[in-house]
Design a protein around this ligand. Structure first.
Ligand code: ADP
Ligand code: MG
Length: 575
């Protein structure tokens, strides 16, 4: 948790202000019972009315000043820790944005969300309270003891007897509740995971009639979290009454012994009243400290989870070959590339070599799981190769800054992803500076113009979350338009034509031809008809290249390719 405090730095003046205000507030509160004792002993007992007025007025002033300090302290505490939480959140978010897919795989999306929201809130809450209690509790406790002793030393023995008992009890509660608080964060992660899966997979869940099963799964995670929360709260609930009981017993003892001391003339009535107030202040300060301490384990667990995210350095770093601007349509070369996913037994790509030149269409075909998407994802460095090199325009992709590398690339991913906003927003995502005319043209080439104009607001029609209000094929075409508007040197189409019918597929590829003439184009496909007229077809089989060549050549030389062709032809003939 200490490590996170570096984010408090911009607010250090405010924090100091809070500490000073709380300090002043504590002084005021420590002073009040003494004034009260004076009023009783000198004013009331001796019948000195003007003294009562004078000290009474002073008490009002002190109390008023204390109140102002209290309000100010709370206000600035809330402000500075609020700012701290905001900075921390944006820092975590910015950091996560730089993660490669490896890091996402490691922590998991659900947990990343909890860490950015709930975990930061935990730390924020403790910080808000701690800033005040940190000063308040020791001030009131030790100040109270000093004041109590100065009022009547022998009677202070009562307080000295009760404090260790309370402290022991607090430590006991702290020990018990700490691990449970930590467990709660993990259980919250689990709940978020199940909830996320349920919300995103609602169609699948309904269609497979798994609603009840999922309900049970959610109930399981939910009651798991609830049980822990109840356990924690049961412990915490015991704390308050026990403390109050101790406090009241202490009160009885003080009045009892105090009464005896007054009877023998060792003590005055006003001092006894003040003494009782000091004893309350001491014990309440202990209680506040205890409450803060019970919150700390949970916040510490949260802080550790946040730090884990912040300390994770992205595997993928910028290369140094900056300033190098590559001509549009650079060549793309794979040189003996081997790559395995972390923890996988078999490499997803093994010794893959090929060159794709500008103005050429290189198609990649192969069964599912043959490594096509993996090959495409290595080019923008979503992952780094284990062996070999990927060269763009003769430069290793690892030697380029990621931004300039990705500027060269127009990727249409296998799972087309749209964002909330309008259709135009989504296409403009490819190039923020794109003019309306460019967007229209990109949509036309992507064969999306027709369905867009059929929508109520045309290009201004809204896209709902995840693009749920357009079909799979429409989504793919918008994703293609988004890549086109970017006018990149390298196009990567990862199975981007799979949801299109044969006619649209053909029309789209024809329109693409003229548009992307100088670019290097990689088209991943499962359909033979999509790749047939490519300049070069690469056949992937279990991560290895099983053949390279044109359609005609592969028909003669590659068994794997012939098999693929045969299976698709027979399918169509049967249909
Ligand atoms: P294709 O796109 O040809 O269907 P992929 O490139 O997606 O195939 O997958 C190739 C292999 O890599 C598969 O065996 C798959 O299980 C594995 N794989 C894909 N993505 C991951 C990942 N994120 N983590 C681990 N293994 C993966
Ligand atoms: Mg794929």
């Amino acid at each position: 948790m200490i490590k996170l405090f570096r984010f408090l730095k911009p607010y250090r003046l405010q924090v100091v202000l809070v500490l000073v205000l709380v300090f002043l507030q504590s002084l005021a509160e420590l002073y009040l019972p003494t004034l009260m004792a004076d009023i009783v002993d000198r004013g009331v007992v001796q019948g000195d009315t003007s003294y009562i007025w004078r000290i009474g007025g002073l008490m009002l002033l002190v109390a008023g000043a204390g109140a102002v300090c209290a309000v100010g302290g709370s206000l600035w505490a809330a402000r500075s820790s609020g700012g701290f939480a905001r900075d921390l959140r944006s820092r975590v978010f910015a950091h996560v944005e730089r993660f490669s897919l490896n890091e996402f795989d490691k922590i998991g999306t659900a947990s990343l969300i909890t860490r950015t929201t709930n975990d930061i809130t935990q730390v924020y809450q403790v910080l808000t309270i701690a800033m005040r209690v940190m000063v308040m509790a020791p001030m009131m406790c030790f100040g109270g003891i000093v004041m109590a002793v100065s009022k009547d030393a022998p009677l202070s023995l009562v307080i000295i007897a009760i404090v260790p008992v309370l402290a022991g009890f607090i430590i006991f509660v702290f020990r018990k509740a700490g691990p449970l608080f930590r467990a709660m964060q993990t259980k919250l992660d689990k709940l978020n995971l199940v909830l996320r899966e349920n919300l995103t997979g609602i169609r699948v869940i309904r269609s497979f009639n798994r609603v009840e099963h999922e309900q049970r799964r959610f109930d399981g995670a939910n009651s798991d979290l609830t049980d822990t929360a109840i356990k924690v709260n049961r412990i915490m609930a015991v704390m308050m009454p026990v403390m109050m009981l101790a406090l009241n017993f202490a009160g009885i003892a003080i009045i009892w012994f105090g009464g005896i001391r007054i009877e023998y003339g060792h003590m005055q009535v006003g001092d006894l009243i003040a003494f009782i107030q000091y004893s309350w202040q001491i014990m309440f300060s202990l209680m506040f400290a205890a409450m803060m301490f019970t919150m700390i384990p949970r916040a510490a667990a949260s802080a550790a989870r946040i730090n884990e995210v912040l300390n994770m350095t992205p595997d993928i770093r910028d290369g140094a070959a900056s300033g190098q601007t590559l001509a549009s349509g650079p060549s793309l070369e794979f040189r003996n590339v081997t790559f395995s996913y972390p923890g996988a037994e078999m490499p997803a790509l093994k010794d893959v070599s090929f060159t794709a030149g500008p103005g050429e269409v290189t198609a990649i075909i192969g069964g599912t799981g043959s490594g096509k998407s993996t090959l495409v994802n290595l080019i923008p460095r979503f992952y780094d190769v284990d062996e070999g090199k990927i060269l763009i325009g003769g430069v290793d992709v690892r030697d380029m800054p990621q931004e300039s590398l990705r500027k060269l690339i127009g990727l249409v991913p296998q799972k087309a992803m749209l964002f909330t906003g309008t259709i135009a927003d989504n296409i403009r995502f490819g190039d923020g500076q794109a003019a309306d005319e460019d967007i229209r043209r990109a949509a036309e080439i992507a064969q999306a113009a027709e369905f867009i104009s059929g929508m109520n607001d045309g290009f201004e029609s809204p896209i709902s979350q995840g693009g749920a209000n357009v079909s799979g094929g429409q989504k793919q075409r918008l994703a293609i338009a988004r890549a086109l508007v970017r006018k990149p040197g390298i196009y990567l189409f990862d199975d981007s034509f799979s949801a299109l019918d044969f006619k649209t597929d053909a029309k789209l590829r024809e329109a693409l031809q003229s548009e992307i003439a100088d670019s290097t184009v990689i088209i991943v496909a499962q359909r033979v008809s999509t790749v047939m007229d490519a300049d070069r077809i690469i056949v992937l089989d279990e991560g290895r290249i099983a053949g390279v060549g044109t359609h005609q050549r592969l028909m003669q030389t590659s068994d794997v390719y012939r098999e693929i062709v045969a299976s698709q032809l027979s399918e169509e003939e049967i249909a």
